[in-house]
Write a protein that binds this ligand. Structure first.
Ligand SMILES: [Fe+2]
Ligand SMILES: [Fe+2]
Length: 491
């Protein structure tokens, strides 16, 4: 059975799929390259065991070239093109298809052109040079060509991977230090939310393009390492609550979405929805939002209208592009509560959408652990989680909540803990292994002679020679009582 790959083509490449015979040969070639690349990882280039594989591959390649004059293997987005025609991969060929695509993409190689029949030595050299390329290096295609020339191989041409819009960020991120990028994305996102809210308050047309771009970057970051962005959420900014709250809710939501196995597209939609979940509050006067005392009935009614106001705003956002109903419903649902006892009041019962349920958890957690005008001393992460667990079923989806606790850990990122060594640490990275949930990575709290934070990183799974843990948590501490600015340790 053969499957035609029906993904839309990119750029201006010919998109017609090839005939059955060509596709059979194409699959055979891809499988041959797969095997060659794999065995080159096991044997060195002089090994005789390679001989038979090389011969078989040579025959396939040269027969193809004999008929078609040349052989071009090209990767564009998620397709392989053979002599300009998109390959229909067979079920059996799928592993090879995937392997070739991944290995070439990692090395930023986009096309290999065999201009004439080749010999055994050239093929051998070609495979070993290809596999020795450093992953993510932009100059790989040039280096590859140079090395082929040094080996007097002139019949093979190598071209770099064409970066298509949307993949740019991923590749850029591979090169830069993820932590620096995360910090930049985090602060730029706060700025972008602020801009959108200011524009809406000023009755201008809000520009959400920047926000969308940043969410896309955040999606790549969260897929790479969730703890980096989660660490950013410890930077509580009292004055800019609304903006940093929106970004934090987006980060927590993305981390939950990732655990749920969402695609990049769905994650981006979720991230934007979460980023804009409180956008309806831009219609509420700041005095009410920041009122330290209890709200009167009128004010409370206005407050309760913010999910609906949010829906209205995002439906009018021009550059949001295609608005998926999930996004609109997610905003509408974010205060409904699991038993529908929240707001807005419904005329007819409905279930709370998945986006809504995710955002509810992220929203409540962030609101509880952040200082507010009317609650200057917030809950510690553990207190907040304990309250949420108590309210599960009524307020939250119990399964998602369990997942969230697994995500932030028993000691969530940013928690202050006392160790059995009498040291104090800040949870920097949770341990993804469920059995080590109580053994995160910490930054030890300490200052050098200049009074600067020392930022010594320790892992609680570390053991001494006798196999005993070097450090263990005795209890969590309230950072507000110790006047420790947690965020400083993450900068
Ligand atoms: Fe809200
Ligand atoms: Fe909120």
């Amino acid at each position: 059975m053969e499957l035609a790959i029906q993904t839309q083509t990119v750029c201006t490449r010919p998109s017609e799929t090839m005939d059955t015979e060509l596709s059979k040969q194409g699959n055979n070639l891809v499988t041959k390259f797969h095997v060659l690349m794999r065995i080159s990882q096991i044997y060195d280039s002089k090994n005789v065991a390679l001989h038979q594989f090389i011969q078989e591959s040579l025959q396939a390649i040269n027969t193809f070239i004999g008929r078609e004059r040349s052989l071009s293997l090209k990767i564009a987005k998620d397709d392989i093109f053979i002599n300009g025609q998109r390959l229909r991969y067979s079920v059996e060929g799928f592993t090879s298809f995937k392997y070739l695509m991944t290995q070439w993409k990692k090395r930023l190689i986009g096309e290999v052109l065999f201009k004439e029949p080749i010999d055994e030595r050239s093929l051998r050299e070609f495979i070993y040079i290809l596999m020795s390329l450093e992953e993510g290096r932009e100059e790989n295609a040039v280096l590859f060509t140079e090395r082929l020339m040094e080996s007097h191989i002139f019949s093979i041409e190598v071209n770099p991977l064409e970066v298509i819009e949307g993949e740019e960020d991923a590749i850029a991120l591979r090169r830069e230090d993820s932590y620096k990028v995360a910090k930049k994305v985090f602060f730029e996102a706060i700025g972008a939310v602020k801009e959108v809210i200011t524009q809406i308050k000023g009755k201008e047309q809000a520009d959400v393009r920047k926000l969308k771009r940043l969410v896309r970057k955040a999606v790549y970051l969260i897929m790479e390492d969730e703890s980096i962005l989660l660490g950013m959420t410890t930077m509580k900014n009292y004055d800019e609550y609304t903006f940093s709250h929106s970004v934090n809710v987006s980060i927590y939501s993305l981390a939950i979405g990732r655990r749920l196995g969402f695609s990049k597209k769905t994650l981006t939609e979720l991230g934007i929805t979460a980023m804009l979940h409180d956008i309806g509050k831009s219609k509420i006067p700041t005095e009410i939002l920041n009122k330290p005392a209890k709200l009167n009935e009128n004010e409370w009614n206005l407050m309760k209208n913010h999910p609906l106001a949010g829906v209205e705003i995002i439906l009018n956002l021009k550059q949001l592009g295609e608005i998926n109903p999930k996004m609109v419903i997610g905003i509408f649902d974010h205060h409904l509560k699991n038993d529908l006892s929240g707001y807005p009041k419904l005329f007819r019962k409905k279930s709370v959408s998945l986006f809504g349920r995710i955002i509810q958890i992220a929203d409540s957690y962030d609101a509880m652990i952040t200082p507010r005008v009317y609650k200057k001393i917030p809950y510690t992460p553990e207190q907040a989680l304990a309250i949420m667990v108590r309210e599960r079923g009524v307020h939250f989806d119990p399964i998602l909540l369990k997942m969230f606790i697994g995500l932030v850990g028993i000691y969530p990122i940013g928690s202050l803990v006392l160790l059995d060594t009498h040291e104090i640490g800040i949870v920097y990275k949770t341990n993804p292994e469920p059995q080590w949930m109580d053994r995160p990575q910490l930054i030890l709290v300490g200052r050098d002679e200049k009074g600067e934070a020392k930022k010594e990183l320790v892992d609680l799974t570390e053991t001494n020679r006798g196999g005993l843990f070097k450090r263990s948590v005795i209890k969590t501490l309230d950072p507000n009582k110790y006047h420790i600015n947690i965020a400083k340790y993450f900068l």
